[in-house]
Structures are given as C-alpha cells and as structure tokens.
Design a binder for this molecule. Structure first.
Ligand code: F0G
Length: 488
C-alpha cells in the first residue's frame, strides 16, 4: 500500500519532528566501541586517513552509503531463488522487468557497479576534445570522461557551493550558463549533458523537476543527448515530492516516470539505489542501447549478468521496486535532517539545507584556526574518529590534487561527510554521534592540523598517510578523559 502522508512523516503529540523507523531490525551485527586511547592508536596507524582504518576499530561506519545499506527481508529472500546461469538467467529477466516497471525504460545493460557504467558510456559517447556539461562532477565520472579524452564542464548555480543556504534545489543546473556553453563551443562539441541526481559532492543536494524540464527543452533545441546519473535518485525523488510545488500529490512512480521522460539514457550504482552491489544503464532509445551493447560482454560480462552475481541481481530487482515506497526513500533524508537540524540549533557549521546521502560538517567553519594548507577536513575526520569511533570521509583539499608546480589546489569547500547508509543506524546512534560532535565543537581549539608522511601521486586521499602537527590528539584524549571519566 502506498504511504498516504505526503511528506512520509508520522506526526507526534509533542509536535516534535522525530524520524521514525518504518521497519524493524531482524538481523544485527555486533559493533565495537574501543576506548579512546585505542582509537587514537588506530588512527595514528592509519596515517590519519579514515580510509585506512580497519572496520573492527570503527563504531559507526559513516564513511559512505555505497554498498553498506541494509537489505529488506524480501531482498534477502529473493537471493535464495537465484537462477545461476551464464546466459539467459531467469533472475536477469526479473531485473529487466523491474527496470521497465520502475524506471519506464525498455533497454537495459547490467554492469558490476556505477563506475563501470561510466566507463561504458564514456567509451561509447565521449571522444577526444568533447565536452560533458554537468551540474557537478563525481570523482569516478570525471576520471572516465577524461580517460576517453573528454572534458567536464560544471554548470552549477551560484547557490550550489554555499555552505549555508535555504535553497531547496542546490543541485540545479544554471540554464543560462548551459546556453552560453553551447553557443560558444557549438552543440556538436558537447558529448552529452549529465544530470546527477542527489548531487554527491556538494552535499547530496537535489535538482528540481522544473530544472530538468528547462534543460530538456534546451537539449532538444540543440540536439544534444541528456544522461542522468540515478545512483542517488531515491532522495532526489523524496525532495521533489516534499519540496517542489505541484508534486506533493503525485505518486513516487509518477514523479520518477516524469523525470525519466526528460532524459535520453540513465545509469546507476546499485550500491546506492537498490541497496545491493551492481549497477546498470537504461534507455528507451534503441540506437543508444546499440552503441553500448557490445562493450558490456567485453568489459563486464555477458548481457544477462554484466559482472554481477545472480543473487545480487535478484536482490536488485526487489530493491528497485522498493524505490517506489515513500517509507523506504524518506528514511535516510529524515534522519539526515534530524542530525543537521540538531547541529544548526547548536551553531555547529554544517551544509544546509539537509540533503540526501549524509550530513556534511563544514570543517572550515568548525576549526577555522587550522589553515587549508594543514587540511582541516582531514583533521576533523581524524578528531571525530578519536573522540567517538565514528568514521567519516574527508571531502576537502586532501581529496583534491596538486598543480603542475606541485602546489596544493585548495578545495572549494572543506567538508567532513558523515554518510547515512540506508536503514542501518538507529536514532540513538545518530544522537550519540551528534553528542560527541557537539563536545568536540566545544573543545575545537584542541584540534590541530595535519602534514603528509606518504603522499601518493594519484588519488592520494585513498591511501595517503599523514601525521598530526604538535601532537594535538594527545591533548584531545586528556580533555576527553577529564569530561567523560572512564566512558568508552
Ligand atoms: N555516481 C554517483 C553519484 C556516486 O555517488 C557514485 C559512487 C558513483 C556514481 C560510482 O558508483 O561506486 O558503484 O562505482 N559513490 C560512492 C560514494 C563511492 O562513497 O559516494 P560505484
């Protein structure tokens, strides 16, 4: 049955806005909360890089929402009846049907995860010197477009990079900039326009249906293809339904089908959208499908599995249908909003309005005494782990690169992303995170900067190692013990 409340929220007598889990937990995994001294040791051994922590040393893993979401009982049950065959698997037929029903797309190509779709699409549609115009890049997307010889041009609005904003659709494209780009370069220089739903790197921010419609019109006038990255479509759907005029009374299916009518083709990371592991590309255009079809057996696997296990394919088919359930897609944004509102209330700098994917602390505003040359977002990620066991992801200058003279290119914003894997954490765990971050904010002057010990030349944020300047973690541990006694 469809959830009849427009915003998916259950009202409370107290008038308080409390996100309510519309599921119960039936399988659990034990967590470890190490004493702070051991957490300090673990982050030192990990070179102050949260990617290098061992999960056994992590209490709440908020590194990413990718491949870490909870599956439903129906998804797990479906995995038990998987039809294991190299070609013509019945499990695949179910997935193809789910893509047709849920996304309203006729042709489907399975791949092993989102970036594999980006690889196939870039190889098929991007040639040397071609431009991909996008609302904002994603790391792997950009890498694949550039690998194929193309160039990414971002055409976000002025609102997109503001930390504090009340704009409901920070993920919108600037249509004027898009027209200018087309006019100055010529339509034929543009490989395609890429719309990323729930725009990841600017804080899980959505675009509006109106913006899609406007971009679609421009694309038809100039005969340019539109591609949509629907990895984070769940939350974008939720925000269109709850924030955009005229969509409150529409079903999620209607909204999704309308969105899909403004794109020529789309791809997704199943690690996000269906709470599984895998991905896919879909379209209603046979010519587009044919341009990519033969690359799938070459890079991924035969057309009826695309590098995925049949068990994941079964779970994905069920997971895609669950995208149409307001109870499912409202869970994560409501929890994120709860955390963001709590931080805003305490004056803790955080990206607003609350988006999907996670809660993004503004490290620049949190520890302004740490200069960008000493990596405030990385330092904050390490400090949050030390005082709470919560693992977030640095999204600042460490995730950036150096210029040709070897100087750091400072990131536009220094963010610490605390991702909310879907249906994984309880409200008390979120409150715990919020409580510890609040304590850290009160003691923020104790947090210092970082410097490199081992800096890889490419994608340094994944495996690079750093150390703390002036032994600030020691001071943090001392203050923690003073305030929390023998608490973990
Ligand atoms: N598109 C978006 C919007 C993503 O967020 C991701 C992955 C991908 C594509 C690539 O998909 O990981 O399945 O290959 N985002 C992850 C994250 C890695 O942590 O935000 P993938």
């Amino acid at each position: 049955m469809e959830n009849t409340q427009k915003d998916g929220k259950v009202r409370f007598f107290s008038g308080k806005e409390i996100p309510l889990e519309m599921h119960k937990v039936r399988v659990v995994q034990k967590l470890n909360l190490l004493p702070i001294e051991e957490r300090k040791k673990a982050i030192e051994e990990a070179g102050f890089n949260t990617f290098l922590l061992q999960n056994k040393d992590v209490f709440l893993d908020m590194l990413t929402d990718s491949g870490t979401n909870a599956m439903s009982d129906n998804q797990v049950a479906a995995m038990m009846v998987a039809d294991d065959s190299y070609a013509g698997s019945f499990s695949y037929t179910k997935l193809e049907k789910a893509v047709a029903d849920v996304f309203n797309q006729k042709y489907f190509l399975p791949v092993h995860q989102g970036r594999a779709a980006e690889h196939i699409i870039s190889q098929a549609f991007v040639t040397k010197g071609k431009i991909v115009a996008t609302n904002y890049h994603f790391t792997t997307t950009k890498a694949h477009i550039e690998l194929a010889g193309g160039k990414v041009v971002e055409i976000y609005t002025d609102e997109a990079l503001k930390i504090k904003s009340d704009h409901p659709f920070k993920g919108n494209m600037d249509t004027k900039k898009l027209e200018d780009l087309i006019n100055s370069n010529g339509a034929s220089s543009i490989a395609f326009i890429r719309f990323e739903a729930g725009t990841n790197l600017i804080g899980g921010q959505p675009f509006s249906m109106q913006n899609m419609k406007d971009v679609w019109k421009i694309s038809r006038r100039h005969n340019i293809k539109v591609l949509m990255d629907i990895s984070l479509i769940n939350e974008n759907l939720y925000f269109i339904k709850t924030r955009e005029k005229g969509y409150g009374d529409k079903s999620i299916r209607e909204i999704l089908h309308e969105m899909m009518s403004y794109t020529d083709f789309a791809y997704f990371s199943g690690r996000k959208v269906s709470c599984t592991r895998g991905g896919g590309i879909c379209t209603n255009d046979k010519a587009i499908y044919m341009q990519m079809r033969d690359l799938v057996p070459l890079f991924e696997g035969f057309l009826t599995y695309g590098g995925m296990s049949v068990r994941e394919i079964e779970a994905m088919a069920v997971g895609l249908y669950e995208t149409l359930d307001m109870n499912v897609i409202s869970h994560s944004p409501q929890f994120i909003k709860y955390a963001v509102d709590a931080f805003v209330e305490k004056g803790i700098p955080v990206v607003t309005p609350a988006g999907g994917l996670g809660c993004h602390l503004d490290a620049g505003g949190f520890i302004p005494h740490v200069p960008q040359t000493e990596y405030p977002a990385g330092a904050l990620a390490a400090a949050v782990y030390i005082i709470s066991g919560v693992r977030g992801m640095e999204r600042g200058t460490i995730s950036s690169v150096r210029d040709e003279n070897g100087n750091d290119i400072p990131a536009d914003v220094e963010l610490l992303r605390l991702a909310f894997p879907r249906r994984v954490f309880t409200l008390s765990q979120v409150k715990y995170m919020e409580d510890r971050v609040t304590w850290l904010y009160k003691n923020r002057e104790l947090v210092g900067g970082l410097e490199w010990v081992e800096e890889p030349p490419v994608l340094r944020f994944f495996v690079g190692k750093l150390k703390a300047k002036a032994n600030w973690p020691e001071k943090l541990v001392k203050q923690f013990r003073k305030d929390f006694g023998d608490s973990l």
